[in-house]
Design a protein around this ligand. Structure first.
Ligand SMILES: *Cc1c(COP(=O)(O)O)cnc(C)c1O
Length: 383
């Protein structure tokens, strides 16, 4: 038996390692020149006049973005139950309530056709999640948002890089887009995140709130008439800044974002081809010409599959292949279920996706042999 193939692994090269060493030797450990460089490179990557604000997680970024667009106590924010808890928990940080809207059964993304029925006088924003790296139907979503004057903050934790109707996620008309650089994501800084926006007020507020509510204008050492030690606190901010050690990783990971995507796309295509005669539903493709980030490759076991989803994962583990499930829908977790009195059947598409879905390993460190091993294991179990 060969060694266990983990579900995910980061792809860190010598450039990242040397850049971290350079930071350690430089004396700049926390937010400094490398964080600034990473932000500039990131803004150029998403393009179209966007600004990028680096933070220490996507969770922090979502929190800051929602605060910056004005979400507060008793507001409602529409999102999907088919996501990680971070998407909804940040709404609670602000004293607001998430309102869940079921997903499209084909894409696992929030179903725009169900959004309007969930809008009330308290609704202030929508958080779409580009599940697995496949963009939501942003045209439909933005039309609804404009009609009802709702803010939109995109959870793009899976979507670097991805496009929607030929345009980069991050450069669309939403108020802000938030990326994750958690260790399993498409590029990583260990822990980290990025807020991208074209709205200077949102950018300014996020910059202030990510570091204790300290106004940069107030302590600009070059233009201020105040002494260098002086600063002004203008709000009860957070401690969400990115370190230069993390940014050292990000600078080099970002350079590889497109080559990583190409690799994942090719691997997904190999899976698709191998599984065409296996009782599974293959993951959805991006519509004509659009780019899927392929953060996750999620198959759904067909109703007539010979084993249950849980048993399938056990058998894969016995064959030395790590699988995962994305996601346990939020409405099944005790906190969300109990707080909002949610029933499993209330979101039938999310429930079914969860009951049948399995995420297979898909990361750039996998060799051809690793990929073949996953394919052979799936075929042995389901064939
Ligand atoms: C990973 C993830 C997050 C949180 O990212 P962190 O950087 O770990 O805070 C948020 N939303 C989704 C959909 C995720 O998968």
């Amino acid at each position: 038996m060969t060694t266990f193939l983990p579900f995910a692994l980061p792809d860190i090269g010598e450039d990242e390692i040397n850049e971290v060493l350079d930071s350690l030797r430089s004396g700049w450990l926390t937010t400094g020149p490398k964080t600034k460089r990473f932000e500039e490179n990131f803004a150029a990557f998403t393009g179209d006049g966007t600004e990028a604000i680096a933070v220490n997680s996507a969770t922090a970024g979502l929190h800051l973005a929602l605060e910056a667009v004005g979400i507060g106590p008793d507001d409602e924010v529409i999102t999907t139950p088919y996501t990680f808890t971070a998407t909804a928990e940040v709404v609670r940080y602000l004293g607001a309530d998430p309102v869940f809207v079921d997903v499209d059964p084909a894409t696992f993304n929030i179903d725009p056709n169900r959004i309007e029925a969930a809008i009330t006088s308290r609704t202030k924003a929508i958080i779409p999640v580009h599940f697995a790296g496949l963009a939501c139907d942003m045209d439909a979503l933005m039309t609804i948002a404009r009609k009802h004057a709702l803010k939109v903050v995109e959870d793009a934790a899976h979507a670097l890089p991805a496009t929607c109707n030929g345009r980069m996620i991050g450069s669309l008309e939403s108020d802000a887009t938030v990326y994750s650089f958690y260790a399993t994501k498409t590029i990583t800084t260990g822990e980290g995140g990025m807020i991208v926006t074209r709205d200077p007020d949102v950018a300014k507020r996020c910059r202030i709130m990510r570091l204790h509510g300290i106004s940069r204008d107030a302590f600009d050492r070059y233009t201020s008439t105040k002494p260098a030690w002086h600063y002004e606190v203008v709000a009860p901010g957070c401690k969400y800044n990115m370190t230069d050690i993390a940014a050292s990783l990000g600078i080099h990971q970002l350079k590889k974002a497109w080559s990583f995507q190409k690799k994942r796309e090719a691997m997904a295509a190999r899976y698709d081809e191998a599984f065409h005669d296996v009782p599974v539903i293959l993951p959805p493709k991006a519509p004509g010409g659009d780019i899927h980030a392929w953060h996750l490759y999620v198959i759904r076991l067909a109703d007539d599959a010979p084993v249950s989803r849980d048993r399938f994962i056990e058998l894969m583990a016995e064959k030395g292949v790590g699988c995962s499930v994305h996601f346990i829908p939020l409405h099944l977790h005790p906190y969300w279920r109990d707080r909002y009195s949610l029933k499993p059947e209330e979101f039938p598409n999310a429930l079914k996706a969860y009951e049948h879905g399995v995420s297979l390993p898909l990361y750039t460190k996998m060799s051809d042999d690793d990929l073949q091993r996953v394919i052979d294991s799936v075929k042995e179990i389901l064939g």
